[in-house]
Design a protein around this ligand. Structure first.
Ligand code: URA
Length: 279
């Protein structure tokens, strides 16, 4: 049998991009097949492209697969205990910087904690940082961030009068969907963040953030524009779901509905700021 042709670098890069790998995380390759927990798995025969891909330097978290998957329950309990103790947003950020219970931290460039004003009366929460946010260390700075800015402007505000965060504070590699375990591990931190910011209005952007924070299984088409009571543990605040800006970029026809949600948000905010002047 003729040996398989060796792929060119260009072909390999195209292969990576198609697989969702768009950044290199270390200079040295990691031989995953040499990890102890894979020793018992019978490895299929490698093709030439597979071998080259394995040997090229891409993601090299200094942790084995078994460690990454280990005991999510323990990590969730540790996250709850850790987040609970944060007396301020600065302390919460520092605790997150030191928290090792979520494997996403090892592949992300940095923590993406928040942007905007911690004194704001309105807080927006998205799902997880993307590539631009991972590089800059601030949420919603890419294309969808630009649209979020326009959404915030539509209610007469800007980032100096709004607070922005994500349920997950580290970029999932290749922008993959966070696993339910990763979400549950990060949840106590965003819950504490909401409690500490203590806004009058909480806006969840898109399905994952809405379902996670507002404890609903309904999809965004049903939840958007509806008001929820969000219990911070110390206070109940008004919460509303609306479309994620990234979704609006893909489906601009929903911008009209999003506009309706934003008008409802502006009205509620006005009510919260000056309860006597609004009906
Ligand atoms: N999408 C999100 O949900 N959050 C970001 O910060 C950027 C894009």
């Amino acid at each position: 049998m003729a040996p398989e042709p060796v792929p060119t670098v260009q072909q390999l890069l195209a292969f990576y991009l198609e697989a969702g790998v768009d950044c290199a995380l270390a200079d040295e390759p990691v031989d995953r097949l040499a990890e102890p927990d894979s020793a018992t798995i019978a490895a299929p025969r490698e093709t030439a492209p597979q071998k080259l891909v394995r040997e090229m330097p891409v993601a090299a978290p200094s942790v084995s697969r078994s460690e990454i998957a280990a005991a999510p329950e323990a990590a969730i309990a540790s996250a709850r205990e850790t987040a609970r103790t944060a007396p301020s947003l600065e302390a919460l950020r520092a605790l997150l910087e030191n928290f090792d219970g979520c494997a996403l931290k090892r592949t992300a460039t940095q923590l993406v904690f928040c942007d905007g004003n911690p004194q704001a009366r309105i807080m927006f929460v998205g799902e997880a940082p993307g590539r631009d946010e991972d590089i800059e260390g601030r949420p919603f700075v890419g294309r969808s961030g630009k649209l979020l800015d326009r959404m915030i402007a539509a209610i007469g505000l800007d980032r100096s009068k709004a607070y922005i965060a994500n349920v997950i504070p580290w970029r999932p590699p290749g922008n993959r969907t966070p696993t339910p375990q990763e979400t549950q591990i990060c949840l106590p931190f965003i819950q504490r963040q909401i409690e500490l910011v203590n806004p009058d209005v909480l806006v969840t952007l898109g399905n994952p953030s809405t379902q996670t924070l507002l404890s609903t299984r309904e999809g965004i088409m049903k939840t958007r524009g509806k008001w929820f009571d969000y219990d911070t543990g110390t206070r109940t605040i008004r919460a509303i779901a609306t479309f994620h800006p990234a979704y609006l970029l893909r489906s601009p026809s929903y911008k009209r509905m999003s506009w309706q949600d934003l008008r409802a948000i502006a009205k509620e905010l006005e009510k919260a700021i000056s309860p006597s002047s609004s009906g």
